[in-house]
Design a protein around this ligand. Structure first.
Ligand code: SF4
Length: 231
């Protein structure tokens, strides 16, 4: 379990709403009984979901990353860039050591995935993305002070836009994109996967610039009026 508080809207450990993913996890439990091998809960700050102003939405747990360790973006390459960047911008405290007991604490920030169970070859199918959206929606709904979401990759972005009740065609994914949906500011970036960084699709500078935009936005005073969709 992550060091911070977990989100009460997380799925049951044995959630079987997606039969293919449930079976894949069952096989992993046989192969690696010491691994987490279950839906990965949202990683929240110690002060709980009500303290969250920034939510980061990834795709799904990596087989040997979050599926092994039980904490989002922990245990494989993607976490090195994400947690390093969070720390530099003050969105986390402590030294990331790719273990759920490394003591990292998030600051007014939470991290989750569009699909909570590890998919084979990192590829969830449409039905799985749609089915798991209920947990993403519930997590967002449990964060009354949320102001911004960062989506990592197109699948996370599109599912987040739908979770906010808006049409994807009105909010297309693009790297360094920024849009308003459901009363929230939605930023988007290419996923910080090893593949994307190795191929140069996403550089550290590109990722840093996205977080500069987010930090600048969160440093602006919050509007007094609350959007009807978040009221
Ligand atoms: S992906 Fe989500 S909805 Fe599907 S089985 Fe896992 S937790 Fe349940």
């Amino acid at each position: 379990m992550p060091a911070g508080m977990t989100d009460p809207t997380d799925p049951d450990r044995n959630c079987a709403l997606c039969p293919r993913l449930h079976a894949f996890i069952a096989a992993q439990r046989e192969l690696h009984p010491e691994w987490h091998n279950a839906p990965v809960e949202t990683f929240c700050p110690e002060d709980g979901p009500a303290s969250v102003r920034l939510l980061i939405v990834g795709l799904a747990p990596g087989l040997r990353g979050a599926n092994r360790t039980g904490r989002p973006f922990t245990g494989d390459f993607a976490g090195d860039l994400l947690y390093g960047t969070l720390s530099r911008f003050g969105f986390s405290r402590g030294s990331f050591a790719a273990r759920p007991d490394d003591g990292v604490e998030l600051v007014e920030t939470a991290i989750t995935n569009a699909v909570r169970c590890v998919p084979p070859e990192n590829k969830p199918v449409g039905a799985e993305i749609n089915t798991c959206r209920r947990f993403l929606s519930a997590s967002i709904g449990a964060m009354p002070n949320l102001r911004a979401i960062l989506t990592l990759g197109k699948i996370a972005h599109d599912s987040t836009v739908r979770a906010l009740g808006e049409r994807v065609s009105a909010h297309p994914f693009r790297h360094a994109g920024r849009t308003q949906a459901g009363g929230l500011e939605v930023f988007s970036s290419y996923h910080c996967s090893r593949y994307n960084t190795n191929t140069g699709r996403l550089t550290e500078d590109m990722f840093t610039n996205v977080f500069k935009d987010i930090a600048n936005f969160l440093n602006e005073p919050a509007p007094v009026a609350v959007s009807p969709s978040r009221a």
